[in-house]
Write a protein that binds this ligand. Sequence first.
Ligand SMILES: Nc1ncnc2c1ncn2[C@@H]1O[C@H](COP(=O)(O)OP(=O)(O)OP(=O)(O)O)[C@@H](O)[C@H]1O
Ligand SMILES: [Mg+2]
Length: 325
Amino acid sequence: MTHPRTGRPRERVLTMRGIGKRFGAVKALTDVDFWVNEGEVVALVGDNGAGKSTLVKVLAGVHPPDAGTIEFDGEPVGIGSPADAQELGIETIFQDLALCDNLDVVANLWLGRELRDGATLDEVDMEQRTWTLLRELSAKIPSVRVPVASLSGGQRQTVAIARSLIGEPRVVILDEPTAALGVAQTAEVLNLIERLRERGHGVILISHNMADVMAVADRVVVLRLGRNNGVYNVADVTSEILIAAITGAVDHSGMRRPDRADAAPQLARDSDPPGPGPADIREATIDREPADEEPVSDETAGGTVIRLPRGGARRTTRPRGGGAR
Ligand SMILES: Nc1ncnc2c1ncn2[C@@H]1O[C@H](COP(=O)(O)OP(=O)(O)OP(=O)(O)O)[C@@H](O)[C@H]1O
Ligand SMILES: [Mg+2]
């Protein structure tokens, strides 16, 4: 197993198999497989209500799953609470960022984990380590002693990401990190995601923006109506194919059926996990008409928000050779 963009070998960090989650009558997740390797950016995409946030909340310990298994470093684990997730090394940056606006950058980074020198806070050490971390991330923050309220959206996202790295997590989850950002700030956050990959973190990126996904992800996992609907290496896929999988114009949900082994060539291969489970995703096909399932909820049936690549979806057909950039 090698890194599609850098050629480095990498290890599996996390594997979810057959994950199910219900909220009353709503089946938010059904039999979902998902995995992430170290030094890999996995984009999790899908229409509104597809189950993306629910899946990462299972990892974050917010929603215990009703079905399925989770392995961390090859060992079965239960993630019953956010503290369990943090202990394993899974950090989630939710869309609201949960920063304290009136506190400065250093205070936000170390909140609840302050370094002490005897009875007093070791402000010098915390500030130095903050700068070290921000430099490592090539972050553009002019001062770490200003309240985060005065920072731009991209800088605030940077602070939230830097804060998540204090405990050296193995997996970093970002829920729509660029949703509220302009072009330059989005580029900054995408750079930051590349730094996370270089540092060896497994990164899970939820995004509706196909341009961002194509720019930064190694692999893309599509959810539709709470089920897997395809896993693709970015090197082998186009925005159009992803959008077709997201909207259901292409149906990969029958992927476990052995009689459907005429696999579509663009589906992920070199990242497939060993053994049963997600490897079966290779058996997906694209020869069916759009799925005709019932939506899992009214929300799913509602408005579709899929941001097309900048310049229009139809235009983006560039082939990606071997993952080189
Ligand atoms: N706490 C909850 N209680 C009840 N239903 C919920 C809860 N959280 C999610 N759901 C339902 O589960 C389904 C999946 O929701 P989820 O938030 O995971 O979707 P999503 O893919 O993150 O969508 P979006 O792109 O809009 O953020 C939806 O039908 C949603 O209404
Ligand atoms: Mg969501």
